[in-house]
Ligand binder design. Sequence first.
Ligand SMILES: CC(C)(COP(=O)(O)OP(=O)(O)OC[C@H]1O[C@@H](n2cnc3c(N)ncnc32)[C@H](O)[C@@H]1OP(=O)(O)O)[C@@H](O)C(=O)NCCC(=O)NCCS
Length: 147
Amino acid sequence: MIRNATKNDIEGILEIEKASFKWFDGFSKSVFYQYLNEFRDGFFVVLGKSGSIVGYAILADKKGNGYLLSIAVHPKSRNKGIAASLLKYLESKCRKKGFPKLMLEVREDNKRAIDVYKKQGLVEVAKKKDFYGDRVDALVMEKTVSD
Ligand SMILES: CC(C)(COP(=O)(O)OP(=O)(O)OC[C@H]1O[C@@H](n2cnc3c(N)ncnc32)[C@H](O)[C@@H]1OP(=O)(O)O)[C@@H](O)C(=O)NCCC(=O)NCCS
């Protein structure tokens, strides 16, 4: 089940964040609180069978398009199609909000994520040189979601 995130979810989201990103790539607790305020209908969590949080995604409005700020799935729940279903959910949110495109940036060395995005129909449209400050480029990917 996918629903909007609340303050009560932040601890569970942080657990996923810590298990998913190096400390300098992940968001802190205060950033998650800020995003919860800022993107009231753009911060989503996926609940597993036991009701615990197994994934999250944050969708922002960037110049009238849907911009995926972050997505992560708990390591124990990966390869079960959770990110795929979250991306489908984000696409439908984009349509409802009138965003023509879903866009994101991803580290060029994050092969797993790039594969998942490609499977969901996102295509590479640009590259941002040394975007993360460690000589790794960012791929800009997008998908047209308007009918
Ligand atoms: C990238 C990431 C979000 C992908 O999450 P995920 O939930 O494991 O991805 P999915 O399971 O949706 O990926 C789809 C895969 O699952 C498979 N799948 C889909 N439904 C399935 C099901 N019911 N059962 C088993 N597998 C299934 C798909 O065939 C696909 O497999 P393949 O791509 O290996 O061929 C996750 O690895 C992660 O959190 N990584 C760390 C954080 C990160 O890098 N975030 C992105 C930053 S830009």
